[in-house]
Design a protein around this ligand. Structure first.
Ligand SMILES: [Zn+2]
Length: 480
């Protein structure tokens, strides 16, 4: 049932008192003058009808937007009361006022084809208007107070209006937070593909992202990229938010895995061609990897994801022997053969992804293992933590800083970040450790370290060179 609300005289003095800015007053005064004229028109119509006019909430969206137009325009005066078929019946050409002939100028077809009023779409339109017009919140507050005279059910506060509109559907509860699935197919349809291929290979990235240092609020995004990875080719597949990571990763990953299964079996159409989707690998750090696969953490004795080697507890930490153990394989992972590696009571939903070799699909994390792991540890030992006879002297450190500064001036723009000197080594980013290991370390250390230490560093540097070079035949042998 439609509710009605009587038109009241507009209390502009009250509205005006809510602002101190002259431009608001100016706008309102202009509006006030127009409203006074409209009021005169309305009064004339009301008098002619012989009773106060009750305006139905079947106003179209045009009602409010058109009231601000100048009354001098002959077509605008009656629109406060005539905007749909219902109210058109109230004001007929027989109304005896000087403005009434203007009503005849509005074609009946136009009146009858007004969009039926919907409060939700009206509120949504208001939020769009607010977003696009550059209005301030206090101005929107004033507008809402003004509209409250005509429309029942509108929030009186702009924050309530924006809040209730922004509440979108499709957000699932994934304890202890919320999850929204953007979808793979939607994103893939915005990408361009090589027309020769019908199978799209995806790289997936999953990691936690703290939102602030003062709270536990965090994101867990699922990111995707088509292979080969291109610039700006990363898209959001799903996003979790909560005060802690999802308590059950299977619940968090379920929409993603279900969509992958559908896209792999049925595919999707794009530009008249059908494509299927296959997940190639996951890029995760050690913490995210053990969380997603429901395996023991990286500090456990059987935590290596590639082999079954077992570690030992020495000097307050778990250490692993240099020799690798028997390699893991997909079937052993699915059957949980190594009970020391798996949480036996839980199985990851990841194994349901078609044609995914779980062991090979989770490569070792170079950034954390090598850059922030081994290289940082090595530099910390040489600068601060090693015994005095193995530590670098102050003179050597000063010389090192000069060399780093020299290299920084010659660093090409393709490098994302230049190395800072050793006084800031504790705040170095991973990319600075990488630059030092791969490009400048061998020159910086030359002649300043003991030969044994220098050789040790060079072994690591050359090994990483070989692994990182995509054209390296050595890298190809390892892949086989
Ligand atoms: Zn291993």
């Amino acid at each position: 049932m439609k509710t009605t609300k009587n038109i009241e005289p507009h209390n502009f003095s009250k509205v005006q008192s809510r602002t101190t800015k002259w431009r608001h007053k100016k706008k309102l005064m202009g509006c006030y003058k127009r409203r006074q004229t409209e009021k005169a028109c309305t009064t004339q119509v009301s008098t002619s009808i012989g009773s106060s006019i009750s305006v139905s909430q079947t106003y179209s969206n045009d009602i409010i937007s058109e009231t601000g137009s100048p009354c001098s325009d002959n077509k605008t005066c009656p629109k406060m009361v005539v905007n749909n078929a219902t109210t058109a019946n109230i004001v007929s050409p027989s109304v005896g006022s000087e403005h009434s002939p203007n009503l005849c100028e509005i074609p009946d077809s136009k009146l009858l084809h007004r969009i039926p009023f919907s409060l939700e779409s009206f509120k949504s339109g208001l939020v769009d208007f607010y977003s696009n017009s550059g209005l301030q919140l206090n101005q929107l507050d004033m507008l809402l107070q003004f509209l409250d005279q005509f429309v029942e059910g509108l929030p009186k506060d702009s924050r309530s209006l924006i809040g209730c509109i922004r509440r979108c559907s499709g957000i699932d509860n994934v304890p202890p937070g919320k999850y929204y699935h953007f979808g793979i197919e939607k994103n893939l349809k915005t990408q361009t593909f090589n027309t020769n291929t019908s199978i799209i290979q995806l790289a997936i990235g999953i990691d936690g992202l703290p939102l602030s240092k003062s709270s536990k609020s965090q994101f867990w995004p699922i990111l995707g990229s088509c292979l080969p990875i291109r610039d700006n080719g990363v898209f959001m597949i799903g996003l979790y938010w909560g005060d802690d990571k999802p308590s059950d990763c299977n619940l968090f990953l379920k929409p993603f895995v279900e969509e992958v299964k559908i896209l792999h079996s049925k595919g999707f159409q794009l530009h008249g061609k059908s494509f299927t989707v296959q997940v190639s690998f996951f890029a995760c750090d050690a913490v995210a990897k053990s969380y997603i696969l429901k395996t023991k953490g990286h500090g456990a004795y059987s935590s290596c994801s590639k082999c079954t080697v077992s570690g030992k507890y020495e000097c307050g930490r778990v250490t692993f022997p240099i020799k690798i153990g028997p390699l893991r394989n997909h079937d052993d992972f699915v059957n949980k053969v190594d009970t020391c590696y798996h949480h036996t009571d839980e199985t990851s939903i990841i194994i349901e992804i078609p044609q995914l070799n779980v062991v090979q699909a989770f490569p070792l994390d170079y950034l954390h293992l090598i850059c922030i792991g081994v290289v940082k540890k090595l530099l910390m030992l040489l600068l601060f933590n090693a015994p005095h006879n193995l530590r670098m002297s102050k003179k050597s450190v000063t010389e090192m800083n000069k060399r780093i500064a020299t290299f920084s001036t010659m660093t090409p723009c393709e490098f994302g970040r230049k190395c800072r000197d050793f006084s800031e080594v504790k705040r170095w980013k991973a990319i600075e450790f990488r630059t030092f290991l791969i490009y400048i370390g061998m020159c910086c250390f030359h002649g300043l370290l003991k030969q044994e230490q220098y050789d040790n560093f060079m072994l690591l540097s050359v090994a990483c060179h070989c692994f990182l070079n995509p054209c390296s035949t050595f890298n190809g042998c390892i892949a086989k």
